[in-house]
Design a protein around this ligand. Sequence first.
Ligand code: SAH
Length: 259
Amino acid sequence: MPHATPSPITAPARVVFIGAGPGAADLITVRGARRLALAEVVLFDALSDPALRDLAPTARWVDVGKRGFGHATGQAAINALLLDACRLHHHVVRLKGGDPSVFGRLEEELETLRAHGISCEVVPGVSAALAAAADTQRPLTRRGTGRSVSLTTAMTHLGALQASRTADTEVFYMAGRQLAELSDKLLEAGWPADAPASVVSRAGWPDMLATDHNVATLADATATHAHRPAVVTVGAGAAPVGVARAAADAAIALQDPIA
Ligand code: SAH
């Protein structure tokens, strides 16, 4: 008696969000690289290093790069592409620049997948602020002077520019095109005109550029970093190592003799 043909076993799709890091392919984590190697399809953004493809050479690579900020239709299209990928594949990777949790629209994509019952995993990555601190060898926290760090987008969802002074070190993402305006807003927010400001573009790449300014002269960085992704670090973490150390040590010794 003929056996009925078994229906194909369709394992449910799983999406792994992987932080690619800010640039060179070797800044992805080991876990990220291992998960990437299993991918059947990889949805990636424009900033990703093409050399990352070598980590998943047989996967289908789909460029979903949305340039700019706040394009709801772009995000809706990406959500739809993710769901399409899940219908066709089991191992779906969503590769994001830097860390997926930092200005990566992770919330929208997780919500979409969860609403369809698709299980997800998030693998962290090196965010641009951390790569910039490493490239310039400027620790984001400093004993005595830098106890808090804020990762801030200068752009509101409506495209307006905003600045704040909520932490000892503030790192601004997505402000590279409006440095003069950022300078004005920082002064309005109460930053001293001579507070250090470091601009790093293409952090983590071999052609990284870093320039030093203060809050009042930030606009001077515009031409050097034009058309390159850049972060602006302001406050304690922007100062070159050594410059503020002696003064900070003296202050700590006064406050707390055993520190
Ligand atoms: N998820 C990313 C940020 C995405 S938002 C992360 O964690 O890094 C995009 C912004 O990140 C850019 O406008 C720029 O401000 C910053 N950025 C991304 N890559 C960068 C790089 N290699 N160097 C400096 N800034 C970068």
